[in-house]
Every structure is written in C-alpha cells, then in structure tokens.
Design a protein around this ligand. Structure first.
Ligand SMILES: Nc1ncnc2c1ncn2[C@@H]1O[C@H](COP(=O)(O)OP(=O)(O)O)[C@@H](O)[C@H]1O
Ligand SMILES: [Mg+2]
Length: 376
C-alpha cells in the first residue's frame, strides 16, 4: 500500500488524540462534566456519575441539569460563581453540595472554565467528592472532644475531693452558727459568714473552670483572650490533683499577652501537659511540677515542666504520633500530645519539648495578638 498523503497521518493523529482524551475522561477519578450555559448536562464521566448516583443514560444529552441537582440554599453563591464565569471565563474553587438521585446531599468542590464547542459556549467542570474529607474532619472534632473528656476524667476524682473541702468548711460553720447567734457573739457570727463566703468562692472557681471546659470544643470560634487568666484557671483545676498526690506545683506567670485562638482549647492543652507531668513524676524521687509563662519576641510561651525521668530516646520519634502511649490502656490514650499539637498549630503556634537540666519541659508558643488600637 502506498502512503497517500500527510492528511492520513494527521487524521490518525487526531483519532489518537481523541482516543487519548476519551480514555482520560473515562478513567479520571475526578468528576468531569460538560454543561451548556443554561445548565443542561451534555456529558458526564463515570466518576461524576458515581458522585451524583445516576447512570449515563439518565444524565447525559441534557436529560439532567445543574439546577435540578443544586439545593436552593446555594442561590447566592451560585450567582457569584456565575458572575465570575461571565467576567473571567472561569469559576471555583467552589464548595457546595449536589442532590444525589437517592435524595441525599453530597459535598463537592467545583472548578471550571468556559470553552467554545461548535460555536456554542459551554462549561467544563471538574468535580471532587469531599465526603471522605468531611468525614475525616468530623472524626477530628470527635477526637478532640474525646481527648478533652479524657483529660477531665483524669482529674475528676481530685476535683470532687477539692470541692468537698469547701463543703466541709461550710458545713462546720453552719453547725456553729445557731449557737453563735443564740449567744449574740457577733465576732463568731462574722467569722462564720466570711468563712462560708470564701469557701463558696473557692468551690465556685473550680466549678466555673469545669463548666467552661465541658462546653463544646466543637466550635472553632477564635477570640482574643488574655492568656494568663486561662492558664491560671487550668492550673487551678489541676492543682487539686497535685495536692492530693502530695507534689508541688509552682506557678510563675509573667505574661500579659493577648492571644487569638480558642481559649477552651488552650486550657485543654495545658491540662494535657499537666496530666502528662503528673504521670511522669509519679514514680520519680523528686516530685515537682511548674507552669511558667513569659512573653518573648511577639510570642507568649507557656512552659509545663516536670522533674520526671524524661522521654526515653527510643520514644522520641513517636511522641506526637496519634495513639502512641507508654501507659497502661486505662491510663493513656496516646492522643494528648497529638491533639494538643494540632490545636496549638491551628492558632498559629508550636508545641515542642526539651530536656533542661533534670527537667522535662513542654513549651507552647503562641503568637501574641496585635494591639487592636484604641476603642472608639
Ligand atoms: N512529661 C513527660 N515526660 C515523659 N514522657 C512523656 C511526657 N509527656 C508525654 N510523655 C510520653 O509521651 C507519650 C504520649 O503522651 P500523650 O500523647 O499525652 O498520650 P498519653 O498520655 O495518653 O500516653 C506518653 O505515653 C509518654 O510516654
Ligand atoms: Mg497524655
């Protein structure tokens, strides 16, 4: 056979290109679709069909359209993306949901651009299924919540004990009061009332710390907070455990920093570090813990130190790994440090540790929030 002309090879190249593009379209794990400007879908690849739960013959050639599968709550965002498409020829990344054939909603991320096909303007879109990403995020939130409850659980017995002390004081004064009143002994009456008030304040400080901590961490709301007060409150909660274990807990807070972040989560981090400190000194000959805070170069540093044996060299690599623990199953989850590091990172900070002399020191470094300036 005589080769005819270069047209043949051009045609073959075109066919090969078409074949290549087809394979790409069919095999892509990202959803792909071609859509008319009015929203009617012309072509959908298998990945996209899987996301929306339709078969090709139910969706292709204009049988389905974009708007049918878009919940109305996205009206405003849709208008914005359309406007971008008109002005720039592109849209996205745009996160929304599609209504699947079975009626459920599937979270997706879209990107796309305008092309001209046979003189008509159309939209190519790339569609990523975000379901597993979202499921991971839900897992993460649950893990944070679970570890917070675990941190509180480790303190529960000593907190109950700590609240019991002021109750005992109140009860004692309450017993003596009727006699003092009968005797008209004003000094004793005043002493009892002041004593009761103080005891109530002490118990109140503990319960308010608990209340704050048990509120949902799930809200990722960031606020400006004064670091010092929050650290004091967390240490007050842990102080009960220190006292009942007969160890010293030194507090040296030289910070006036305000920090942007989630205050409850910072307390959770401090509690995690303190709980680790308690465990570390439990069998150590010297049982000392310290919490210090200083402001250095735009960062507020909170250090939690213990006089325990430190971290064994073979454990150092895995210290911050999820589920890494050297403790008994009912004593440790291995989540404390992993989650603490995540929480601190989400506020733009770092969580590190070092051995300083005979102390193990975990350092939380948080960027100080800029001064908001004078309030009007
Ligand atoms: N202050 C510390 N001193 C010595 N080892 C520590 C200290 N803090 C943490 N570790 C080690 O890191 C591991 C992981 O800590 P963490 O993530 O809080 O989980 P858990 O406390 O549940 O074991 C601990 O099991 C322990 O081996
Ligand atoms: Mg721990």
């Amino acid at each position: 056979m005589v080769p005819r002309s270069s047209e043949d090879s051009q045609y073959a190249a075109l066919l090969a290109q078409e074949h290549f593009a087809r394979a790409f379209f069919e095999e892509s794990s990202v959803g792909l679709n071609l859509c008319r400007m009015d929203g009617r879908w012309l072509e959908n690849n298998p990945a996209f069909l899987a996301i929306i739960g339709y078969a090709a013959d139910e969706a292709d050639d204009g049988k389905l359209n974009y708007w049918q599968l878009t919940p109305r709550k996205y009206d405003v965002q849709e208008a914005e993306q359309l406007e971008r498409l008109r002005t720039t020829g592109r849209y996205g990344p745009y996160e929304k949901e599609f209504i699947r054939k079975d009626g459920s909603l599937v979270p997706v991320r879209l990107n796309g651009f305008v092309v001209e096909v046979g003189g008509e303007k159309m939209i190519w879109s790339f569609i990523e299924d975000l379901s597993s990403e979202r499921a991971l995020e839900t897992e993460r939130v649950k893990a944070i919540h679970g570890s917070k409850l675990a941190a509180l659980g480790e303190l529960a017995a000593s907190i109950a004990h700590e609240i019991n002390n002021p109750l005992t004081v109140i009860s004692a004064f309450a017993h003596t009061l009727p006699d003092s009143i009968a005797d008209g002994d004003e000094a004793l009456i005043t002493e009892a009332i002041v004593g009761i008030q103080r005891a109530v304040e002490r118990a109140g400080a503990i319960t308010s710390g608990l209340r704050r901590l048990s509120r949902g961490t799930t809200s990722a709301a960031f606020e400006r907070f004064e670091l010092r007060g929050l650290v004091e409150e967390a240490v007050a909660l842990a102080g009960a455990r220190a006292r009942s274990a007969g160890l010293s807990l030194e507090l040296d807070l030289r910070t006036s920093a305000r920090v942007m972040g989630n205050g409850v989560q910072i307390q959770q981090v401090i509690l995690n570090l303190l709980n680790n400190g308690f465990d570390a000194v439990r069998r150590a000959p010297i049982k000392q813990l310290a919490v210090r805070a200083v402001d250095v170069d735009g960062f507020a540093l909170v250090c939690v130190e213990d006089s325990g044996p430190g971290v064994a060299p073979e454990h150092r690599e895995r210290l911050f790994d999820r589920f890494f623990t050297t403790k008994e199953p009912d004593e440790g989850t291995g989540l404390g440090l992993a989650i603490s590091r995540d929480l601190v990172a989400s506020m733009g900070g770092t969580l590190t540790w070092e051995r300083v002399g005979d102390r193990t020191r975990f350092v939380v470094a948080l960027p100080c929030a800029p001064d908001p300036g004078p309030t009007p």
